[in-house]
Design a protein around this ligand. Structure first.
Ligand code: ARG
Length: 261
């Protein structure tokens, strides 16, 4: 909108520039990634990210939002090609990504973890040497697996899947012996089955001041909402809205809906 009394020039400016807060915020996301973004059995999109989006955009900023399914591996180039306005996809804030996008304040803490079949074959990180491991392409889980591969002097087979469901399926089929992925997403899968368990052990979380989860953690990460680098004014508004929902209890309510205790 143009301020009253604005010159012709500023009107032109307003027409050519994307509005700070759009009427509908289009959000790129790789779906399903349960419990962050997934469809219920009746086909309704839900999840932690979806509820946080509703709280930020509908409740705080008074606009609509819409999720646009996008492959995770190409999600950053896709944002920078203007296919959507922002990314909300359980995306970890890291340096490589920070060179290409801007991140909101962190909104969730996660860990890279390892799940295996519960047949007693693999019970420690060392047992993974020489084994096939499944990851989702382009994720920090893939990054953690590559580091492990180096630790084993290349002696680790990496199978990269377009979606995490492919890696999970491969674990069940026996095509891979482990999946490296975000803890709460691994937990959602492992808790549905009695034949999949977390690899135990200490790790990144134990070395931090955070309360350590009861399984091996390869990294500690924070999720952020990603913006194009020229979208500062909108990023600022979203950070304010995020702070507001943390302050007014909405964030905690959503958190406890998806994550017990
Ligand atoms: N947190 C991990 C990363 O940023 C995995 C995210 C995958 N998200 C998804 N919706 N598939 O790389």
């Amino acid at each position: 909108t143009t301020e009253s009394g604005g010159s012709t020039e500023s009107t032109t400016q307003a027409e050519t520039t994307e509005s700070v807060v759009p009427e509908t915020v289009v959000i790129g996301s790789d779906i399903p990634y349960r419990p962050f973004e997934y469809e219920t059995t009746s086909g309704e999109l839900t999840g932690f990210d979806v509820d946080i989006a509703a709280a930020i955009f509908e409740d705080q900023l008074g606009v609509d939002y819409e999720f646009k399914p996008t492959s995770f591996d190409s999600i950053i180039p896709s944002l920078n090609n203007n296919n959507f306005r922002i990314i909300m996809s359980a995306m970890t804030i890291n340096e490589t990504r920070d060179e290409k996008v801007d991140f909101s304040d962190p909104y969730f803490t996660a860990y890279q973890t390892v799940i295996v079949r519960d047949d007693g074959e693999i019970t420690s990180k060392a047992d993974l040497e020489g084994r096939p491991v499944g990851v989702q392409k382009g994720t920090t889980g893939a990054g953690a697996a590559e580091e492990l591969q180096e630790e084993f002097d290349g002696n680790l087979e990496l199978n990269r899947y377009d979606q995490i469901s492919g890696a999970f399926q491969a674990l069940i089929n026996g095509q891979v012996d482990a999946v490296i992925n975000d803890n709460t997403v691994n937990a959602e899968f492992a808790n549905q089955r009695d034949d999949v368990v977390f690899l135990e052990g200490e790790g990144a979380a134990a070395e931090s001041d955070q309360e350590a989860p009861p399984y091996l953690t390869l990294t500690i990460e924070n999720y952020g909402i990603a913006f194009r680098e020229d979208d500062d004014a909108f990023l600022e508004r979203v950070n304010e809205a995020l702070a507001a929902i943390k302050e007014n209890g909405t964030y905690d309510e959503i958190y406890s809906e998806y994550f017990a205790g």
